[in-house]
Every structure is written in structure tokens, then in C-alpha cells.
Design a binder for this molecule. Structure first.
Ligand code: N01
Length: 544
């Protein structure tokens, strides 16, 4: 069966485009498809040398999905869905990257994608009602609309320690992993960071590295993944479920096909435990997102569920010293992004894997031969892996020099406080749209493709509306942006994750104003609000 859904599509070459899309990841690819469907000329500028966004850049050992493959999907075409076959429940980075290349080929998108082309600046020109966009290739484009699909987690925190350039061995950030791979077999490898990325790296490298030393500042709750290779029967079963996913996921709280079924307060302690055990055994994000909704808002419930996970972790480790380093003690389960793991804790039981606590004795510098801690201890290493995370939400947008009306700088705008209207637009930046940006569920409190698709579709319909009604420019009013930020903050104040330090609130970047980056009121409520705006003729948005 042919993978081609669209045999021919209009080329968007030329400098005076209708739409410039930044980024060829999950979001940008679909946005390009939608723009073509609307009959608009559009191109993607992509900084990477391949398609896939996050799934192109994050090719570190062990990288894989922790949403289930069949629901980490585009839902607009059953043919597209059925013609790709996932081999396992939680697919590897390589498989997700291959899938996105399949999508690009099936929709004939490549002809309108410029790889190795980073957008460096975008300046609004009021005299011609267009953006002037400069790229790293020295080209200039003049689109009417810019849609920044830059990614929520794509500005890696690379330069973190004094002396990094002096290191004589190899030094990597996980989000800039070399396409040719890295030969770490038998080497002395240091891993900095135990977030979702560090966890995947550690469990992948424990059997490979000669000595693996893991520098742990804040331990993460470990939730075991139950991965399975799909049989032919299971493949047909998940493919046959497409219509149900299409109906349910977009209107769900978090873009997943599970939701909490019971309230904690209604159940006996025995029944609560039974549900926790069942969700735990499922080996998916269900334990976090669909056991008990109260864990996000109620400190007592959260404390009990945190204690449940801690006990599981301690039992797995069966080692007081390791438990002290690796079991979280000072924040509640689910108040940081919960990753799934597969043998992460057990890796530390191997003789070649060492946990080094660095909270009270922090990493002070990289030396030519290793890492030095504040107390002067040096760990000699052949390779250092920085799983140190990202300037999330704002970072990928702010590294582009966006200048809105009257030269307003996006960087300056956000330095005072991260603010958007629905994570889709900002006052002062006409005809600039964003996906995966702060103050929307797609800022990582959601199964990303599901929430991104909704934003892509809303933007496409919005641009169509503007043009069909003879408009040239759309921009949210300062008032509707303020109202959305106030509503966002009200919801954020009710969830415990606002109180815990993590990239969710920007506390991992020095000087970043604190605000919960993702809208926590649910993808379903967000969708309803955005659709109301569209149905009202975009009230709160100035169109002229
Ligand atoms: O980044 P992180 P990540 N000294 O910020 C530590 C998604 N994702 O790349 O917590 C010592 O979570 C830092 O310590 P602390 C997912 O949404 C998805 O792991 O700041 N340590 C922390 O341990 C995830 O949440 C998948 O005290 C330092 C780590 O580095 C998001 O990406 C897989 C340090 C950073 O953790 C980001 O995850 C992977 C220092 N100076 C990622 N500086 C999937 O499975 C930082 N750290 C789909």
C-alpha cells in the first residue's frame, strides 16, 4: 500500500510567503500540512539537519517515549495512522524519528522544508504588515504570518560549569548528541542530572560503561515502565482503536486515553491501595495522571501517594545509603514531571555504577580530567554527559530575536514575566503564532501531539478567518492576554507543582521569573475556551 496521501502539494518557495513556520518537529510538520490545505504558501525553517525536532536532537542512549506509541499520534488521518506500525508500547527515539520522516514523506512535506536553517531574527514591519525574517544561511524571508513551532524543551542548558572547554575527554549534552553516536564502552562516564533524560541515559549505559558515576542533586520518583514488543494481534488491535482515540483524546484532560475514575475521599484505605497497585502495575503514566486527581492539589493525599512510591523504591534498592541518595524526600510525587524508567534503580546495584550526591557538595568545575566538587574531591572521567535539561517554554522562542510592534523585544517582554494569550499569541506581536509555548497545556502538561494538533488547527482556522474576512493582521488585545494570565495564575495557585522547584516553574534557570509554564486547567477546558473564542469571531483579538 502506498504511503503517499498527497501526491502533489504547492511549493512555497520565494521570499514573500504567506506563512513561515519555525521548526520541523511534531507541530511544525502538521502546521505545514494544514497551511497547504488552506491553499497558503508556507515553508518551514529548521535548525537541525534532519526532520523530527525533539526526536531529531535527543538521540542520546536510551531515549524513548513515555507516552504510549499508539496515542502519541496525529489523529487527522486514519490512513496515515494505519500505514505506520509501532513495534513496541513505548517506542525508541529512532522509531519516533523514523515515524516523523514517514509523515513528512507521506504528506510530501520535504520540498517546503529548509534544513540547517535556523531563524535568527524576526522583525515586524508595520509599513508592509509582514515579518522580516533572517536565517543563519543569510537569507531573508517576508512572510505575512510566522508560526513558531520551536518546541517546549529545545533550548538545552549546555554551558553550566566553569572549565568545560578544558576537559580533555568527551563532553556531551544529551540534546546535542552526535548523529554518529558515541563509543562509551568500557569508559569512565559521568552523568550529571537525574531527570527524565538522565534516568534513561543511566539505565542504558549501566551495562556498557566501564564505570558510570551519576551525580545526583535532586532525585526523581521512579515509576517502572512496562514495555512490550507488539505481536501482530496487538498491532491490529491498537490500529482498530483509531476512531476511539480520535473521538476521546482531543477532549480529554491530558490527551491520554485514561483519566481518574475514583475520588480518594470516597474510598476506604484498602480500596485506595488496590487502585494504586493496579495503576502502578500498568507501567505507564496512568499512575501519575489517572490514579487520583487529588494528588495534584491535596497535600495530604499527595503525601500518602508519595509514601507509596518511596516504599516501592526503597524495597527495590534494599540499601540505606542508596535510598538516602536516590529516593526523593523533600517534594511530593507528581509535582515535577514524572518519567517512566526501566531498571534505573537496579542499575545502581551493579558494582560499576556509583551514585554521588551533589546537593550539599555541589559540582564546582570541570577539570581537564574530570569533575571537581566543592569540597575538592575530583572524579576522574573519560566522558561527561550533561543531562542538565532545558530553558523550557520560553528558551527556544527567546533565542530568536523577535521584535514586535515598535521594536518590542520578546526577550525583554518575557524577562518581566512570562505572558501569552492562550499560549497562542501575544499582544504587541501581530501575526505571530506559537505552539508549545507557555501558558497552554501543550507546554508539557499533555500528551504533546494531541495538544499541539489542537493548537495547529486553531491557528490554521484563525488565519483562514482573518484572510477570508479581508483582514491583514491579528493580535490579541492587552486585556484578553492579561485576563488569560490571571486565569492561568489562579489555576496554577491551586496545584502543588507550582510550589515545587523544577523546569515547570522556570526555577532551573537563574534569573527566570517564576510562573508555572503549562496551563494546569486541563486540555479539555483549554480547548473549550479557545473554540469559544473562534466561534465568537475571535473576540478579544484585534483583526484589521
Ligand atoms: O531535564 P530536567 P531532562 N548540578 O530539568 C540536574 C522531557 N523528556 O532533560 O533537579 C547537578 O528534568 C537537575 O538537578 P535539579 C520531560 O518532559 C521526556 O531530564 O535541578 N545537577 C536534574 O536532575 C522532562 O521533564 C522524555 O536539582 C544539575 C537534571 O539535571 C523534560 O524533557 C525523556 C545541575 C535536569 O533534569 C526535561 O528532562 C527525556 C547542576 N549544576 C526528557 N544542573 C520522554 O520519555 C542541572 N542538574 C518522552
Amino acid at each position: 500500500m502506498s504511503n503517499k496521501i498527497i501526491e502533489k502539494a504547492p511549493a512555497g518557495a520565494g521570499t514573500e510567503l504567506d506563512v513561515l513556520i519555525i521548526g520541523a518537529g511534531v507541530s511544525g510538520l502538521y502546521q505545514l500540512h494544514l497551511m497547504r490545505e488552506k491553499g497558503l504558501t508556507a515553508r518551514i525553517c529548521e535548525a537541525g539537519s534532519g526532520i523530527g525536532g525533539t526526536w531529531f536532537w535527543n538521540r542520546y542512549p536510551g531515549a524513548r517515549l513515555d507516552s504510549e506509541s499508539p496515542s502519541y499520534q496525529y489523529l487527522f488521518s486514519e490512513e496515515l495512522y494505519r500505514n505506520w506500525t509501532w513495534s513496541e508500547r513505548f517506542a525508541t527515539q529512532a522509531e519516533v524519528e523514523a515515524w516523523l520522516n514517514y509523515v513528512a514523506d507521506s504528506l510530501a512535506l520535504r520540498q517546503d522544508i529548509d534544513l540547517d536553517t535556523a531563524v535568527t531574527s524576526a522583525v515586524w514591519d508595520e509599513s508592509i504588515l509582514r515579518w522580516t525574517v533572517q536565517t543563519s544561511r543569510g537569507t531573508t524571508l517576508r512572510p505575512r504570518f510566522v508560526i513558531a513551532c520551536c518546541g517546549m524543551l529545545s533550548a538545552p542548558l549546555t554551558d553550566q560549569f566553569p572549565g568545560q572547554t578544558l576537559f580533555k575527554g568527551q563532553i556531551f549534552h544529551t540534546a546535542r548528541w552526535p548523529a554518529t553516536g558515541a563509543n562509551l564502552a568500557g569508559k569512565r562516564v559521568g552523568v550529571i542530572g537525574t531527570g527524565a533524560t538522565g534516568i534513561q541515559v543511566v539505565q542504558a549505559l549501566a551495562p556498557v560503561a566501564g564505570e558510570l558515576t551519576v551525580f545526583v542533586r535532586t532525585p526523581h520518583y521512579a515509576l517502572p515502565m512496562q514495555n512490550v514488543q507488539y505481536s501482530a494481534v496487538e498491532i491490529e488491535a491498537y490500529k482498530s482503536n483509531f476512531r476511539a482515540l480520535q473521538d476521546q483524546l482531543p477532549v480529554s484532560f491530558g490527551g491520554f486515553d485514561f483519566a481518574p475514575e475514583y475520588a480518594w475521599a470516597d474510598l476506604s484505605p484498602e480500596k485506595r491501595l488496590e487502585i494504586l497497585e493496579a495503576c502502578y502495575s500498568d507501567g505507564s503514566l496512568k499512575f501519575w495522571l489517572a490514579s487520583f486527581a487529588e494528588l495534584f492539589v491535596d497535600e495530604e493525599v499527595n503525601a500518602e501517594i508519595s509514601a507509596f512510591i518511596r516504599a516501592k523504591m526503597r524495597a527495590r534498592l534494599n540499601d540505606d545509603r542508596l535510598s538516602e541518595i536516590l529516593v526523593p524526600a523533600d517534594y511530593g510525587f507528581g509535582t515535577r514531571r514524572v518519567p517512566l524508567e526501566n531498571g534505573f534503580l537496579e542499575a545502581f546495584l551493579q558494582p560499576n555504577v556509583h551514585a554521588v550526591p551533589v546537593k550539599s557538595n555541589p559540582i564546582a568545575a570541570v577539570t581537564p580530567t574530570g569533575l571537581q566538587l566543592a569540597d575538592g574531591t575530583v572524579h576522574e572521567l573519560d566522558a561527561i554527559i550533561m543531562a542538565t535539561g532545558f530553558d523550557a517554554g520560553t528558551g527556544a522562542f527567546a533565542r530568536i530575536d523577535f521584535r514586535g510592534r515598535d521594536g518590542l523585544s520578546l526577550r525583554d517582554h518575557w524577562q518581566k514575566g512570562v505572558s501569552t494569550a492562550f499560549g497562542l499569541q501575544m499582544n504587541g506581536f501581530p501575526n505571530l503564532f506559537m505552539t508549545g509555548a507557555p501558558l497552554a497545556p501543550s507546554a508539557a502538561l499533555c500528551n504533546m501531539p494531541i495538544c499541539l494538533q489542537f493548537q495547529n488547527e486553531w491557528i490554521a482556522d484563525c488565519i483562514e478567518h482573518v484572510l477570508e474576512n479581508g483582514g491583514h493582521v491579528i493580535e490579541p488585545t492587552a486585556q484578553i492576554e492579561r485576563e488569560w494570565v490571571e486565569h492561568h495564575d489562579l489555576v496554577a495557585a491551586s496545584v502543588l507543582m507550582s510550589k515545587t522547584d523544577s523546569w515547570y516553574v522556570g526555577s532551573n534557570v537563574a534569573g527566570k521569573p517564576r510562573r508555572l509554564l503549562a496551563y494546569a486547567g486541563g486540555a479539555d477546558a483549554y480547548r473549550t475556551r479557545c473554540l469559544e473564542i473562534a466561534e465568537s469571531g475571535y473576540s478579544g483579538f484585534d483583526i484589521h
